[in-house]
Design a protein around this ligand. Structure first.
Ligand code: R5P
Length: 326
C-alpha cells in the first residue's frame, strides 16, 4: 500500500499513538507507516496482579489511537485495554479510537442454547463504558457484531491482502478450489473464489457440545484432482482445519493451502498443523506469532500499513471505504 504522507489538518491536534503490551511489533509497524512515534506510557503489573497505566505526556484535546489486540493472555490484554482507555479518558483526550486487530470472544455472539452469555456484546459494552469513542478492527467472526457497538467503527478486512497473495500464486496451482468449513463464512469464501476465478466447495461442519471440538461431515462440491485453498476467519485449535483436510483428501484433493485472517493457534493447534499435509498456511499479523508457533510453512502477511492508513484517514476525516474502492 502506498504511504500517503499527508499532513492535512484534523479537527483535533496531531495523532497520538499508544499501544498496550499485546503486540509491540505491529504497533511499531503502524507507527513507522504513520511516521509518528509511539507515545510513552508505563504499564505496571503490581504484585497483587492489578494493572496500572501512566502516560508520559498529556493527551488533553488530542486525537488518540490505542492499539491493543486480544491475543493470549486474553483476559490480561482485555483488562489492560480497558484500563488504558480509562486512563486516556481521564486525561481529557478529545477522541479515543481503539485499534483491536483481533477481537476475542467474537464467537460468543448469540444465545444459541439456554443459559449462556453473549460475551461479544459484553466486550462491546465494556469498551464503550471505559470511554472509547470509536473502534477499528479486522474481520470480526460475524459482521453483525458491529451492531453490538453504539459507537462508530470500521471493520476492516484482510481479504485483499490474503487474496492478492493467492492471485500471485494462482499459476502454480492445479485446478484451485476454495473450500470453506463454516457456512457463516460462505459469503467471504465466495469473494475469494470470484477473485481467483475458481469454483468453491463447502465442508459441512458440526460443533460437538461446548467443547472446542468439531466434526466435518461431508463435502458439497467437487475437489477431486484439485488444489484446495481452505479459507476461514481464524484457526484456533486447528480442529476445523484438520477435519476439513481429512474430508477433502478422502474426496481426492491434491495440494492443500490454508488461509485465515487470525492465527490464534491455541492449545493443540501447533501439533496438529505440523502433522497435517499443508503446503502453506497464509495468515496476517493481527496477532503476534511466537517463535514456537512460526512453523516453516506459515507465511504471515502484514496488515500494519492497512491499519496505519485507516488511522490516518480516520484522523483526517476522510473516507475509509474509498481505500477499498467501495
Ligand atoms: C468457527 O466458527 C470459525 O470460523 C473457525 O472455523 C473456528 O474458530 C476454528 O476453530 P478451531 O481451529 O478450534 O477448529
Amino acid at each position: 500500500m502506498r504511504n500517503h504522507r499527508r499532513t492535512e489538518n484534523s479537527m483535533y491536534g496531531g495523532i497520538k499513538l499508544f499501544s498496550g503490551t499485546s503486540h509491540p511489533l505491529l504497533a511499531a509497524e503502524i507507527a513507522a507507516y504513520l511516521d509518528v512515534p509511539l507515545c510513552g506510557r508505563d504499564i505496571v503489573r503490581f504484585p497483587n496482579e492489578n494493572v496500572f497505566w501512566r502516560l508520559h505526556e498529556s493527551v488533553r484535546g488530542q486525537d488518540v489511537f490505542l492499539i491493543q489486540t486480544m491475543g493470549s493472555p486474553v483476559s490480561e490484554n482485555i483488562l489492560e485495554l480497558l484500563i488504558g482507555i480509562d486512563c486516556l479518558r481521564r486525561d481529557s483526550a478529545a477522541r479515543i479510537t481503539v485499534v483491536i486487530p483481533y477481537m476475542a470472544y467474537a464467537r460468543s455472539d448469540k444465545k444459541d442454547q439456554p443459559r449462556v452469555p453473549i460475551t461479544a456484546r459484553l466486550m462491546a459494552d465494556l469498551i464503550e463504558t471505559a470511554g472509547a469513542d470509536r473502534y477499528i478492527t479486522v474481520d470480526l467472526h460475524a459482521g453483525q457484531i458491529q451492531g453490538f457497538f453504539s459507537i462508530p467503527g470500521d471493520e476492516l478486512t484482510a481479504f485483499h491482502t490474503l487474496s492478492d497473495y493467492f492471485v500471485s500464486r494462482r499459476d502454480e496451482m492445479i485446478n484451485p478450489v476454495i473450500v470453506t468449513a463454516d457456512l457463516g463464512f460462505a459469503k467471504r469464501g465466495r469473494n475469494f473464489a470470484a477473485k481467483l476465478q475458481c469454483p468453491m466447495a463447502f465442508v459441512e461442519k458440526r460443533r460437538i457440545g461446548n467443547t472446542a471440538q468439531s466434526e466435518a461431515l461431508t463435502v458439497i462440491g467437487d475437489v477431486d484432482g484439485c488444489d484446495v485453498i481452505i479459507v476461514d476467519d481464524e484457526i484456533s485449535t486447528g480442529g476445523s482445519v484438520q477435519n476439513t483436510i481429512e474430508v477433502v483428501k478422502s474426496h481426492g484433493a491434491r495440494d492443500i493451502y490454508v488461509c485465515c485472517s487470525h492465527a490464534v493457534f491455541a492449545g493443540p493447534a501447533i501439533e496438529r498443523l505440523r502433522a497435517l499435509p499443508i503446503k502453506e498456511i497464509v495468515t496476517t499479523n493481527t496477532l503476534p506469532l511466537s517463535p514456537e508457533k512460526a512453523l516453516p510453512n506459515v507465511r504471515v502477511l502484514s496488515i500494519g500499513s492497512l491499519l496505519g492508513e485507516v488511522i490516518r484517514r480516520v484522523h483526517e476525516g476522510r473516507s475509509v471505504g474509498e481505500l477499498f474502492n467501495e
